[in-house]
Structure formats: structure tokens, C-alpha cells
Design a protein around this ligand. Structure first.
Ligand code: ATP
Ligand code: MG
Length: 591
């Protein structure tokens, strides 16, 4: 396919242009896929992509990239994207995984339904057609049944730089192969006794063209087709045909499939020429995988974390699975932003975890409702505040950038005894410390503003027998209340948050951080468990402002001065709140 714009049409470069967009725009200009019709004779979109997971595990951050690329291109070029389960491996696949994958793709914000219906497919639905095409390939002399043992087959496959050797069964007649294939299907043989291979070239420099296997015997129950089949098509055979049957135009995958492309093309060329598949056939394009620092995505290693109880399950908020990332509090928008920004290239590289966290901050900063939370509580007693009284205070729910900033208010009372953060008091202040400290020989006690409340002056503190500060004392200035005229007369450098003790809501807060301390925990065969971050989860009991009493699961907030938090979707309920810290306000991992 040519990539030049010789007809003079140079499409405008979209915001985040990349080589896939370039290819699609060239194809659109040339009308490469303009003539195709669906089975009802209706014209097909010129851009049809697919996201093709194998239902053998949970989706992770890397899959999010592939989902955003495929669904994103379809969206941007008036096409459509299919969700297809590549379910050709009966032993490893389960309905449970199908369900969670569907959930995760929807949660990410994508949909496979358009005005022509739902485009959710299963490769297993094509088993009859795949079988029929395999019979054709055998009949046409393009495939044969091989009866070598697995060991012989491996030995005869050769190596890089060393050609393979033809199987002694390679010249079997089409009739004999076809008979054996039918008997394989009928269940006459044990697993591994025979295999169907494409007849291409045992000396090809590309190992994938050395008579690749296309069908194997597996006496196994399939989660969708049950016990109907005891032979199953290979992934490399199924994938191109599924693409073609679904009229995919641009079949986008990761770089490790580059060497599989010649077989993809070989197969579709033969089957379309024989009339099984519509022309023009789909084309495969590869881009580099997304690798994120501090993250592992190997299914085997993730499973190990779950099985060994190192994390609390697949949806543990420390996991890079989409169910974990969701539970942690990341928004679909932040993931889309992150995936768009990381771009589409052909060179492998690492993306820093901080860019995912940055995308979340960017997404939530203008829109997350604000709230006060005291995570490390210390009592502040306003000695001159009348006992038993309260004064109403309020603050905007939303930040200044939000359209409802001026109107939506949160209400909370101030009273004599408040919770403040331990770190907002220092018995002996260090230089530049502007929060609470007591009077000393050479300095009066500090003055700070209790946000949205009054200015107070620190007068002293209490200590217990162990020398631990148990309460801080202050006096307040009744004419200093935020929002009143008098407040302007008080200029203070410190500004701290607080919650009235009598009105505070107690909540469990789970402070999550990165699961690993090493940016490349499993690089070069390293023991990834040696790099586990012991502080990746800390559970504390905290105080929240009273308005959060009815916070619903998955509700997100910015806890002022702390970070972004979400009510846990599994464990939180009104009356028994559990919040997860998604990220802190600032990147604490910056060197
Ligand atoms: P397996 O090891 O089981 O093959 P997989 O991660 O490749 O796991 P699939 O279900 O085959 O899982 O992947 C579905 C799609 O997601 C494929 O097209 C694959 O290329 C893509 N994908 C998987 N990991 C990444 C990644 N890190 N970056 C971009 N795309 C990815
Ligand atoms: Mg795969």
C-alpha cells in the first residue's frame, strides 16, 4: 500500500497525529475501503477496527492503550470498532473474564453499538467457517495434516539462520489429509496426535512461515461452544479470518505480531481469492506496547501477587488491572488522556507513572468537589469560644474553574473543639513555618486562618506523660470570620483546615501508593517481589467534614491539601465510609 498523497490532498494533521492516522487518512483519500458492503448489501464504514482480547484474565493498563487506540481511531474517522473475544484457547478461558472485560471497556467510555447494532463478537462463533476454510486449504494443497510428534516438529523447525526440514508427512495427498482432518474433528485421535499445518516454506527466514499450525486437537470444554469441538483453530489462523469476516479494515496490534503479518497476508490472499472473504482484505499494522514505570503487566506475575496474598485481589487498588485502577479512583477520562498523550509509535519505550497520575490531577482539578479531611488528627481547643455553641461556616463545593463555583456551597459548623492535622502544629517551629506554634520567649504564638472560619492565635499546648502533644490551645478573633468585612484586617501567612470534633464523620481511609519502589520491577529477569513497596497501602482512621456523611460508592473528592480520594466501590457505604487515596496533590516521587 502506498503512503504518498500524490493526488494533491494533504489532510490536516489532527491534534495528536501519528503514523496510524497517516495510514488511515491515505486510505480514506484513496478510497481503499470505500466499496465494501455488509451482508445486507449496505455500505460499510471505511474504517473498521477491533479490540481483540483473549478472555483469559483481567485487562490491564496496556490493554487500555489498545482500547483507546482502536476505539479512538474509529470515533475520529467516522468508523466503528468491534469488541471481539479471541477465544480459541478453551483451557484458559472463562465467562468470568468475558464479563469483566466487557465491563472494563464500557467503563473506559467506549461502546460497540452503533445504528447497525451491537458489534460484539466471539471468534468461537466462527468455528464452523474456520473449519470449512481449513478443509478448503487442504483440498487446494495449501495445508496438510502432519503427524510428527511435537518434539520432531520442534526439531525440524530449524532456527534463525538454519532452515527447517520438511515433515515426512508434508507430501501427503489432499485426500488423505482431508480424511484425517475429518477424523480429527470426529474425535478419533488423542491430543497432539495430528495437527494441520499450512504448506508454505520450511526454509523461510521468517519462522512463522515454516508451515505454521492452523488446527490442533484439544479434548477440552469451551466456555461457549461446550463439547461440540475437540479440534480448535490456532490464534494465527483465527485472527486474520475473524478480522476479514467482520470486515475490519485496519487491524492494529502490538509489535510482537510484526513477524506474523506475512502469514496474515498469505492466508487472507488465498481465502479471498477463493471467494471465502470479501476484498479488499484487512491489513495489519503494529505499534509499540505501552510500558509504564513501577508497573508490571505480565499476567503470570500479577496472578502470583493475587495468589500469594500480596495484594487483596485482582481489583486491589494497587493493581494495574483496569478493575484495580478503577477502584483506586482513576477516571476513564484520565486514562484516555494518558493514552492519547503517550502517542502511537513503533519504538519501544517506558512511560513514567507520574504522567498517568498527572493526567488524573489534570482531569479532576477543575471538576472534583472539594472537602476537608483530617488524616492525622490533633485537637485544637479555642479557649475563648463559648462552650456548646456553633457558628455556621461555608465554602464553595467546586474550584474556581468550575461553572458552579460561586453557587454550590458546602456547610459545616465551627465549635470550641476542632480536629486539625498533627503537622499543622510545631512546638518549636523551623524557619519558614507559618502554621501553629506556641508563644516563646522571643516570639508571640502564631496566627493562622482556619479556612473558611476564623483567625486564631496559638496560646499553648498539652502534653501527656510520654511527651506527646495531645491538644493545642488558641484564642479566636470573633470579627475575623471569612467572608465578613473584618476578615480583611487580619493578614496571616498560615491557612489550615479543620473539622469540628462534635460534627466530624469518622471514616476508614486507605492511603495507596505505588506497588513497587523500582521503576522497572521485573526488568532483566529481576525478582519483582524484592521491589515491593512496603508503604503501598496504609489504613488509617480519619475525620471528614459532616457533608460527606452520605457519600456514595465511587464518589470522588479532592480532600483539600491532601489529594484525590474516592469512596471505595466495594467496601464503602453511607454510615460506614471507606475512602481510597487515588493520588496526592503533588508528585512525591519526583527526585
Ligand atoms: P497474553 O499474554 O495472554 O497474550 P495480552 O496482554 O497480549 O496477553 P490479549 O488479550 O491478547 O492479552 O490482548 C488484547 C489486545 O491488547 C492485543 O491486541 C494486544 O496487542 C493488546 N495489548 C496487550 N498489552 C498491551 C500493551 N502493553 N500495550 C498496548 N497494547 C497491548
Ligand atoms: Mg495476546
Amino acid at each position: 500500500m502506498s503512503n504518498d498523497h500524490t493526488n494533491g490532498h494533504t489532510p490536516p494533521a489532527p491534534a495528536s497525529s501519528n503514523f496510524l492516522r497517516g495510514i488511515i487518512e491515505t486510505d480514506l483519500t484513496a478510497g481503499a475501503y470505500a466499496e465494501r458492503k455488509d451482508s445486507q448489501g449496505q455500505p460499510l464504514p471505511q474504517v473498521v477496527t477491533r479490540f481483540p482480547p483473549e478472555p483469559n484474565g483481567y485487562l490491564h493498563i496496556g490493554h487500555a492503550k489498545s482500547i483507546c487506540v482502536n476505539f479512538g481511531l474509529a470515533r475520529d474517522y467516522a468508523g466503528r470498532c468491534h469488541l471481539r473475544f479471541d477465544d480459541t484457547n478453551p483451557e484458559k478461558e472463562e465467562q468470568e473474564y468475558v464479563d469483566t472485560i466487557i465491563d472494563s471497556v464500557r467503563w473506559l467510555g467506549f461502546d460497540w453499538t452503533d445504528n447497525t447494532g451491537e458489534h460484539l463478537y466471539f471468534a468461537s462463533n466462527y468455528f464452523d467457517k474456520l473449519y470449512e476454510m481449513a478443509e478448503y486449504l487442504i483440498t487446494a494443497g495449501l495445508a496438510y495434516v502432519d503427524s510428527q510428534s511435537a518434539e520432531q516438529m520442534t526439531a525440524n523447525r530449524g532456527n534463525f539462520g538454519e532452515p527447517g526440514k520438511d515433515s515426512p508427512f508434508r507430501n501427503r495427498s489432499a485426500e488423505e489429509s482431508l480424511d484425517l482432518f475429518r477424523r480429527m474433528k470426529a474425535g478419533e485421535f488423542k491430543d497432539g496426535e495430528h495437527i494441520v499445518r499450512a504448506r508454505i516454506d520450511m526454509a523461510s527466514p521468517n519462522m512463522n512461515l515454516r508451515d505454521p499450525a492452523i488446527y490442533r486437537i484439544r479434548h477440552a470444554h469451551h466456555h461457549r461452544t461446550g463439547d461440540k469441538w475437540c479440534i480448535y483453530p490456532m490464534y494465527d489462523y483465527t485472527h486474520p479470518i475473524s478480522d476479514a469476516l467482520e470486515n475490519i479494515s485496519h487491524s492494529i496490534c502490538t509489535l510482537e505480531f510484526q513477524d506474523h503479518r506475512p502469514f496474515y497476508d498469505w492466508l487472507l490472499e488465498h481465502l479471498s481469492s477463493a471467494g471465502f472473504l470479501q476484498k479488499p482484505v484487512p491489513h495489519q499494522y503494529e505499534f509499540s506496547r505501552l510500558n509504564v514505570t513501577y508497573v508490571i503487566t505480565s499476567k503470570r506475575k500479577l496472578r502470583q501477587l493475587v495468589d500469594e496474598g500480596i495484594v487483596d485481589g485482582w481489583d486491589d487498588p494497587r493493581m494495574p488491572t483496569l478493575v484495580g485502577i478503577r477502584r483506586r479512583g482513576f477516571t476513564p477520562e484520565s486514562l484516555q488522556l494518558f493514552c492519547d498523550r503517550t502517542g502511537v509509535t513503533k519504538s519501544d519505550g517506558w512511560i513514567d507513572m507520574s504522567s498517568l497520575e498527572g493526567a488524573l490531577r489534570e482531569d479532576l482539578d477543575p471538576k472534583a468537589p472539594r472537602a476537608s479531611a483530617v488524616l492525622q488528627p490533633l485537637k485544637l481547643i479555642i479557649d475563648n469560644f463559648p462552650e456548646g455553641e456553633t457558628v455556621a461556616c461555608h465554602a464553595p463545593v467546586y474550584p474556581p474553574a468550575h461553572p458552579e463555583h460561586a453557587t454550590a456551597l458546602r456547610h459545616f459548623p465551627i465549635s470550641k473543639t476542632l480536629w486539625i492535622e498533627q503537622e499543622d502544629f510545631m512546638e518549636t517551629p523551623v524557619k519558614g513555618y507559618f502554621r501553629l506554634f506556641p508563644p516563646s520567649a522571643d516570639k508571640p504564638g502564631s496566627r493562622v486562618r482556619l479556612r473558611h472560619g476564623y483567625v486564631v492565635e496559638c496560646t499553648g499546648f498539652d502534653k501527656d506523660a510520654d511527651g506527646k502533644v495531645t491538644a493545642v490551645h488558641c484564642t479566636y478573633f470573633p470579627d475575623s470570620k471569612s467572608g465578613t468585612e473584618g476578615s480583611a484586617n487580619y493578614k496571616v501567612k498560615g491557612n489550615i483546615h479543620w473539622i469540628s470534633v462534635a460534627h466530624a464523620i469518622e471514616a476508614e481511609v486507605r492511603l495507596y501508593d505505588r506497588l513497587f519502589t523500582d521503576p522497572h520491577p521485573d526488568a532483566g529477569g529481576k525478582d519483582f517481589k524484592a521491589a515491593l513497596n512496603p508503604d503501598a497501602k496504609k489504613v488509617i482512621s480519619a475525620y471528614l467534614e459532616p457533608g460527606l456523611k452520605d457519600a456514595q460508592p465511587e464518589q470522588r473528592y479532592q480532600f483539600e491539601r491532601h489529594g484525590y480520594f474516592i469512596a471505595d466501590r466495594v467496601d464503602s457505604q453511607p454510615g460506614k465510609l471507606v475512602f481510597n487515596r487515588t493520588v496526592t496533590l503533588k508528585d512525591s516521587w519526583l527526585k
